[in-house]
Design a protein around this ligand. Structure first.
Ligand SMILES: O=c1[nH]cnc2c1ncn2[C@@H]1O[C@H](CO)[C@@H](O)[C@H]1O
Ligand SMILES: [Zn+2]
Length: 475
C-alpha cells in the first residue's frame, strides 16, 4: 500500500547516505540509539523554536553555545581519525595565538592604512618597529581590542562587518599577513606547531595533513630557514610530540603555494616541491594551490606544470570550487581537479551543481574535504542546513571534514565542524553509522602508507571501542 511504498522509497534514499551500509555491533547499536535520541531532541527543540537551533546561525554567535550541547560533547570524545584540511598558520585556538603576542622581543609595526605586522628582534633597531610591551604600556585603553581584532575574523556583527565574500576574504588575507612575522619566528613556530598537534589530539584527532604555503622561519640571530630546513623543523617537533604522546600517529604536509603569487615563478615552486619531497618523501605527500579562486589564476593555467609535479611524485590535493558562482573559472576548477586526478578536493563547494562530475568523482573515488564553518565565515553560505555538502553526503560522495583555519574564527579542533555537519547537514535519522564512516574516511583517504595505516587503524579501533563504552555508560 501507499505507506509501505513510501517507506520503501525512504529506505532506498537512506541507503545512499555515507555510512548507511556499515554494520554495527550490539554495543554500537546501543550507542547509536543514545546518540540519535539526543540528536532528535536537540533538533526538535530547534524545530519548535528556531532561535534555539544553533546550526542555522552564524558561527560567531553560536561557538560558545555549541559547547553546551551533549551531541557536541559526544563528538569531542569521538575518535575522529584525522584532520585532512587545515593550513599551517591557523592550527591552534584563538587564545593561544593571541597569547603569543606576550612573548619577549616581539615588535610591531602599524602601517598608515592600519595593517599590523610583527617581527622579533634582539633589540630595538628601527623606528618602524615598536616593542609590544611598550605599545601595551602607552596605548592601554583599546590596544588589546585592536590587537585581537587583527588576529581574528570574529566580529559582533559579521554580516555588517563583511557584507560580501570580498570583504571577508580581504580581512582573512590580512590576518595571514599579520601573523606571518609572529609565527615564522623559529621558537614560536615550533611551539605553535606543537600546540596545534596537542589541541588536535585533545579533540581526539590523531593524524593531520597540513597545507603549507611559505616554508620560511627566522631566528634572533638573523638566520633564515627555508623549504627543506623548515620541514626539518617540523620533523623534529613531530618526533618530540610522538615521544610525549605515543598514541599520536603523526603529521604530513601538502605543499600549497598561493595561486596568485605562484604564477610568475611556478618553475621555482616546482623545484621547491622537488627538493622538499626528496629530503622528506614520507612527510611531504602532495601539492595544492591556495588563495581565492574567484580572483582568478584557474587550475587550467597550470596544467602543463602539474604534469611535471606529477613526475616528482606525491598526490594532488587541490582546493577547487570554493565559490558561489556557477559556470565561472572558479567553479570549473572542479573539472580540472578531477581530470588532473586529484586524490582529494578541498571544499568542492560548487560540486553538486555538476551532477555528471559528481558521478565521476564517485567513480574515481576522489574524496571531498568539507569545511562548513570556513564556508560560512567566508560568506559562501548562511544557514548550515543549506550547505551543498548535505546533498553530497546524502548521495554517498566520499567526504572528510576539515577545519581549514580554525584559529581565525575561534573554532577548536575538528569538533565544531563535525558538529554542524552532523546536526545541520544530515538527516534527523542519520546517526552513528555516518559518524563512524566519517572517521574511517579520514583515514582511508589520507596519504598514510600501508604500515602507517595499519598502526593508525589499530589505534583508532582501540579508541573507538573505548568511546562506545563511554557513550553507553555516560548517557
Ligand atoms: O580555504 C581556503 N581556500 C583557499 N585558500 C586558503 C584557504 N585557507 C587558507 N587559504 C590560503 O592559504 C594561505 C595560507 O596557507 C593564505 O594565504 C590563504 O589565502
Ligand atoms: Zn583551505
Amino acid at each position: 500500500d501507499y505507506r509501505t511504498e513510501k517507506n520503501r522509497l525512504i529506505e532506498l534514499d537512506r541507503e545512499r547516505t555515507i555510512g548507511s551500509k556499515l554494520h554495527l555491533t550490539e554495543k554500537e547499536n546501543r550507542a547509536n540509539e543514545i546518540i540519535t535520541s539526543l540528536k532528535t531532541s536537540e533538533l526538535q527543540s530547534g524545530f519548535e523554536d528556531p532561535n534555539k537551533f544553533p546550526s542555522s546561525q552564524h558561527f560567531f554567535d553560536i561557538r560558545k553555545t555549541i559547547r553546551t550541547s551533549r551531541i557536541f560533547q559526544i563528538i569531542q570524545k569521538l575518535p575522529k581519525g584525522s584532520s585532512l584540511h587545515i593550513h599551517s598558520f591557523a592550527l591552534t585556538s584563538q587564545e593561544y595565538l593571541y597569547n603569543l603576542t606576550f612573548r619577549e622581543n616581539l615588535y610591531a609595526s602599524i602601517s598608515s592604512s592600519g595593517e599590523l605586522s610583527f617581527r622579533f628582534f634582539p633589540s630595538n633597531t628601527s623606528t618602524n618597529w615598536s616593542s609590544l610591551s611598550q605599545l601595551r604600556r602607552t596605548n592601554r585603553s583599546n590596544f588589546e581590542e585592536f590587537l585581537k581584532s587583527k588576529l581574528t575574523l570574529v566580529r559582533e556583527d559579521p554580516r555588517k562587518s563583511y557584507p560580501t565574500v570580498e570583504d571577508a576574504w580581504s580581512a582573512f588575507q590580512g590576518i595571514f599577513s599579520t601573523v606571518d612575522g609572529l609565527i615564522s619566528f623559529k621558537p614560536v613556530f615550533e611551539d605553535f606547531f606543537y600546540q596545534g598537534l596537542k589541541e588536535l589530539r585533545e579533540d581526539n584527532v590523531k593524524y593531520v595533513e597540513i597545507r603549507c604555503t611559505g616554508l620560511y622561519a627566522y631566528d634572533l640571530k638573523g638566520k633564515v630557514y627555508r623549504d627543506e630546513e623548515v620541514i626539518g623543523i617540523y620533523a623534529k617537533v613531530i618526533k618530540r610530540f610522538r615521544r610525549d604522546y605515543p598514541d599520536f600517529v603523526g603529521a604530513k604536509f601538502i605543499y600549497a603555494p598561493h595561486r596568485k603569487f605562484v604564477r610568475a615563478n611556478i618553475d621555482e615552486e616546482i623545484e621547491v616541491y622537488r627538493r622538499i619531497r626528496k629530503a622528506y618523501p614520507e612527510l611531504v605527500v602532495g601539492f595544492d594551490l591556495v588563495g581565492q579562486e574567484d580572483k582568478g589564476y584557474p587550475l587550467s593555467d597550470f596544467v602543463t606544470h602539474i604534469e611535471k609535479i606529477r613526475d616528482i611524485g606525491g598526490n594532488l590535493y587541490f582546493h577547487a570550487g570554493e565559490t558561489d558562482w556557477f559556470g565561472f573559472e572558479s567553479d570549473e576548477n572542479l573539472f580540472d581537479a578531477v581530470l588532473l586526478n586529484a586524490t582529494r578536493i578541498g571544499h568542492a563547494f560548487a560540486l553538486p551543481k555538476h551532477p555528471g562530475l559528481v558521478e565521476e568523482v564517485k567513480r574515481r573515488g576522489i574524496a571531498v574535504e568539507v569545511c562548513p564553518i570556513s564556508n560560512q565565515v567566508l560568506e559562501l553560505v548562511g544557514d548550515f542546513r543549506n550547505h551543498p555538502a548535505a546533498v553530497m553526503m546524502a548521495d554517498g560522495v566520499p567526504v572528510v571534514v576539515g577545519s581549514d583555519d580554525p584559529s581565525f574564527w575561534g573554532a577548536e579542533g575538528l569538533s565544531h565542524d563535525w558538529y554542524v555537519v552532523f546536526m545541520a547537514m544530515t538527516s534527523r535519522r542519520t546517526g552513528l553509522r555516518f559518524l563512524k564512516q566519517l572517521a574511517l574516511n579520514s583515514l582511508s583517504y589520507s596519504s598514510l602508507n600501508g604500515k602507517e595505516m595499519g598502526r593508525a587503524l589499530e589505534q583508532w579501533k582501540v579508541d573507538w571501542d573505548e568511546f562506545i563504552e563511554f557513550v553507553i555508560k555516560r548517557y
